[in-house]
Ligand binder design. Structure first.
Ligand SMILES: O=C(O)CCC(=O)C(=O)O
Ligand SMILES: [Fe+2]
Length: 207
């Protein structure tokens, strides 16, 4: 598939590599938190290009109320035994598993990939609460590549939302009770907007 993407000028020709994993934590309410590390992956635009070309992206359709609608992004899920599409993703998963081992008590194993082709692609408000995230504290780590998009978070009970603009190798980790006491979304935008890939690493049974 071809998607037009303007590589960031700072990033051109830089070798792909993960920097030190030194995220800054922001406590949210109800025992939720986010860790953010801008530019964790240097040379992220090269990885973006490889993933756009190599991943067998799938368009999905879902039942919404009484209609079948297109899911507004392309997807590919790698289960724990599936080989990842790029070595750098394996390195990122290992580094995250090592860094959070004490706090999380288990490794990140799956990788969910999303391709937002332009500003019309999005993900609606939700928590990753289909599995254990709906009952237990856990973590979901997201590596963002390509054009930055806003990730919004809001408490389920109501209250102000928190926004982080993520792309070009940025990392966010949602932790604690975040998947069951908060929701997150990547809203559509009317601004001209190039494509973004997000890679979500999750522990076993978290979806
Ligand atoms: O694209 C993102 O950063 C978020 C994706 C997401 O929330 C999900 O796939 O569950
Ligand atoms: Fe999510």
């Amino acid at each position: 598939m071809t998607v037009a993407f303007q590589a960031s000028l700072l990033d051109v020709d830089e070798p792909c590599g993960l920097g030190p994993l030194t995220p800054a934590r922001t406590a949210l309410s109800h025992g939720a938190w986010i860790d953010v590390l801008p530019g964790w992956l240097r040379g992220a635009d090269a990885l973006f290009d490889r993933l756009v070309a190599a991943v067998p992206w799938k368009a999905e359709r879902r039942v919404m109320y009484d209609r079948v609608v297109d899911v507004p992004r392309l997807l590919k899920f790698y289960d724990e035994r599936d080989p990842l599409p790029d070595r750098v993703l394996g390195d990122a998963r290992s580094a995250l598993s090592a860094h959070y081992a004490g706090e999380l008590g288990e490794p990140f194993v799956t990788a969910g990939l999303c391709l937002y082709r332009d500003g019309r692609d999005s993900v609606a408000w939700h928590g990753d609460d289909l599995g254990r995230g709906g009952r237990e504290d856990t973590m979901v780590a997201i590596l963002s590549l390509g054009t930055p998009r806003s990730l919004l978070l809001r408490p389920r009970g109501g209250g102000p939302s928190v926004r982080r603009d993520l792309g070009h190798g940025d990392l966010i980790v949602m932790g604690g009770s975040c998947q069951r006491t908060w929701e997150h979304a990547v809203p559509k935008t009317a601004r001209p907007c190039g494509p973004r890939v997000s890679v979500q690493f999750r522990p076993r049974g978290v979806r």
